[in-house]
Design a protein around this ligand. Structure first.
Ligand SMILES: [Zn+2]
Length: 687
């Protein structure tokens, strides 16, 4: 389901989990407790004014090795490691006691789901048997009329084929859901992998064809046929890719805003039986109007339905089903799936099974385990203290808006209105999801995953036309992440992210305001006013509330930031994509400026503490920010991220915005000409 619209704080490879019990477990000697600012990580031999990322994290980097099963290490992994121990205890408990829970109860479903995943013996014995009925459905396609029902059946089970359906907020009436049809259906991580013409991209496509052939062979195809089919899959996906918008193009909200009537959809894509499709996915509410995010893409899908050989279609659908199911089948499929995906992550070995099962369970039944997780880890005091920091951030941003000299009063009034109406969710949902209709029974785990996907599909499929559920969360409670959703105009911070190293109610203000204040709350808030978020109004509607002059100023200053980040090296010969990462870079910079102001307010209110480890509160603020990005990433993952991730590498997320900050230069006594001090005439003047 396309609940992927909010841009997250960290990249997809880092979407992990954590906890407060970090501290409790650490006390038992399981894992070292994390501190918001840890002086042991500082490289005191480095020059803070030359490379502050190195200064703040260099001593840690010098001694860290990325574990074989990971593409990176650092804050996100450290927090998730601690968190996963808590979630595991919840799941082990649920699995052990499932038989004594009432039939059909959520605890029983949760325990059964996790236990069926952990049953590796059953997975080995079954091979691909559990998905044979679905493969047979694909093989039975004999006429073009039979394509759409099969596509629909696969989508409902969570398989990404042809395009995406999702009820999302109406761009022009964000209080109500609307049918969105969007591009999708690719096997490689981005459309650019199909269109780039350099030797590495050519080689990667050849490896992809070999991988598809191997998967088809493992599903029983003769090798020669599998080779032919694999080439056909690449050719098919290349057609989809060429018709897809780039990630940079999709950053402009108007590029994916195409209100369409049902009649216009039939004209745009006349071969596809849309009524048949909507019926097949279980949509029963009438669809008079919808948003076709990328019309050219749907023209292409329609022509493929009309003209692509059915052999090609069947090979394409078969591979995507195998690709989705492979992680939960027998070892040959698991290993082939991992071997190919590791080209993008750089990971050297599989995660242990319990971690893979834990993550899948969190993804599919996250709100069933979230309650137990919160009870174990997140006391009301922590929630209250985190909310207080976020309140200070809001006040500091409002004060900045009031004194901005470049902004007209009319734009300013609307910006203040948007900020005032911005919602926030902190810790955990007030209403937990109802899993009554979810089926989870003993048997092949891959079937339970398909059931969970079908449950999620049915939960939302008939939303079009109804009011947006404002209580809903887009990520689960134990997740080490946060987001801003422009269509709901709200920030969301799950409990999993509100623990050390992000935040510690017992830590000093300097540390907490640099980390939680700057790199989390200030960052998410600023997303409401970045190159993408600024196009949405206080109600989440896509509406231009800017004067032409203010818009022009913003664009000129944002272009400075694009140039700044284009100048940074991502990995070997690849530079950061300043356009793709613009929103995140604006959010980082806004986060620092706002977090710093909020710290000054807190120091006035609470009093200025003595030096800690020899550092002033302001220096602790910048250390808290820089250490919140403590990480190392494998080159393979950095190469993937340059194409797919709107976040720049962590080194630049620190050194980029801090070298634009006069307060940073003051705090560490940096002088004009130092690498961490960029000339004022190139520094972006935005928020
Ligand atoms: Zn962000």
């Amino acid at each position: 389901m396309s609940h992927v619209r909010p841009e997250r704080r960290v990249g997809p490879a880092l979407l992990l989990v954590l906890s407060l019990t970090a501290t409790a477990l650490a006390a038992q000697g399981a894992l070292k407790p994390l501190k918001v600012v840890d002086r042991l990580w500082i490289d005191t031999t480095a020059n803070a004014c030359s490379d502050f990322f190195q200064y703040a994290n260099g001593a840690w980097i010098a001694h860290d090795t990325i574990p074989a099963a990971y593409s990176s290490s650092g804050v996100a992994r450290d927090m998730s490691d601690r968190n996963e121990l808590v979630v595991r205890s919840v799941l082990d408990d649920a699995a052990a006691h499932r038989a004594s829970q009432p039939a059909g109860s959520t605890p029983r479903k949760l325990g059964t789901f996790y236990a069926s995943c952990m049953d590796s013996t059953a997975a080995e014995a079954a091979g691909i048997d559990p998905i044979r009925p679905w493969l047979a459905g694909i093989d039975s396609i004999a006429t073009r009329d039979q394509l759409i029902p099969q596509i629909a059946a696969l989508q409902v089970r969570g398989v990404n084929v042809a395009f995406r359906y999702g009820p999302e907020a109406d761009p022009h009436d964000a209080a109500h859901y609307l049918v969105w049809l969007a591009q999708g259906g690719l096997g490689l991580p981005d459309r650019d992998y199909y269109t780039k013409t350099d030797p590495q991209s050519d080689s990667l496509r050849q490896q992809y064809v070999a991988h598809v052939a191997k998967m088809l062979t493992l599903a029983g195809e003769p090798a020669a046929q599998a080779g032919t089919d694999a080439a056909a899959v690449l050719a098919f996906e290349t057609e989809l890719a060429r018709a897809s918008l780039t990630r940079v193009e999709r950053r402009e909200p108007s590029a994916t805003d195409h209100p369409t009537t049902a009649g216009e959809l039939r004209t745009l894509a006349p071969t596809i039986s849309w009524n048949g499709y909507f019926q097949a996915i279980g949509l029963t509410v009438p669809v008079a109007r919808l948003n076709v995010a990328e019309p050219a893409f749907f023209k292409r899908v329609d022509s493929l339905v009309n003209t692509a050989p059915l052999d090609q279609w069947r090979a394409y659908l078969r591979y995507h089903l195998l690709d989705a199911a492979a992680p939960w089948l027998s070892t040959p499929l698991v290993n082939e799936d991992f071997a190919f995906s590791s080209r993008f992550s750089g990971a050297k070995e599989l995660l242990p099974r319990w971690k893979r099962c834990l993550r899948e369970t969190d993804g599919d039944l996250g709100e069933a385990l979230g309650q137990a997780y919160v009870a174990k880890t997140f006391p009301p005091e922590a929630r209250a203290r985190a909310k207080a920091v976020i309140d200070d951030i809001r006040a500091a941003f409002a004060a900045r808006l009031r004194r901005l000299t470049w902004m007209s009063d009319s734009t300013r009034a609307q910006a203040l209105d948007k900020l005032g109406k911005m919602g926030e969710k902190v810790g955990y949902p007030d209403h937990w999801r109802d899993y009554t209709r979810l089926e989870s029974v003993d048997g092949p785990f891959v079937v339970n995953v398909a059931r969970a996907n079908a449950f999620e599909w049915q939960r939302v499929v008939n939303r079009p036309g109804s009011p947006v559920d404002t209580t809903e969360w887009g990520i689960t409670v134990p997740t080490v992440n946060a987001y801003y959703d422009p269509e709901r105009n709200e920030m969301v911070f799950p409990a999993g992210a509100l623990v050390p190293q992000t935040f510690d109610p017992k830590a000093d203000d300097g540390a907490n305001y640099g980390s939680l204040g700057g790199s989390w709350a200030g960052h998410e808030l600023t997303h409401g006013f970045d190159d993408e978020g600024r196009h949405y109004d206080a109600k989440g509607n896509l509406r231009d509330w800017w004067t032409a002059a203010d818009s022009a100023h913003f664009t000129t200053q944002a272009d400075r930031m694009v140039q700044q980040f284009n100048g940074y090296v991502q990995v070997d010969t690849f530079h950061v994509n300043g356009r793709l990462t613009l929103g995140e870079n604006i959010a980082d910079y806004g986060g620092i400026l706002t977090g710093y102001d909020a710290l000054q307010r807190a120091l006035v209110r609470d009093g200025r503490p003595k030096l800690i480890d020899g550092y002033t509160p302001e220096q602790r603020f910048f250390l808290g920010y820089a250490q919140s990005w403590r990480s190392q990433t494998r080159d393979a993952a950095l190469r993937t991220r340059v194409t797919v991730d709107p976040h720049a590498p962590e080194r630049w997320r620190v050194n980029g915005p801090l070298s634009d900050s006069p307060a940073f230069a003051r705090a560490f006594g940096c002088k004009p000409g130092d690498p961490m001090v960029r000339p004022p005439d190139v520094v972006p003047q935005i928020w």
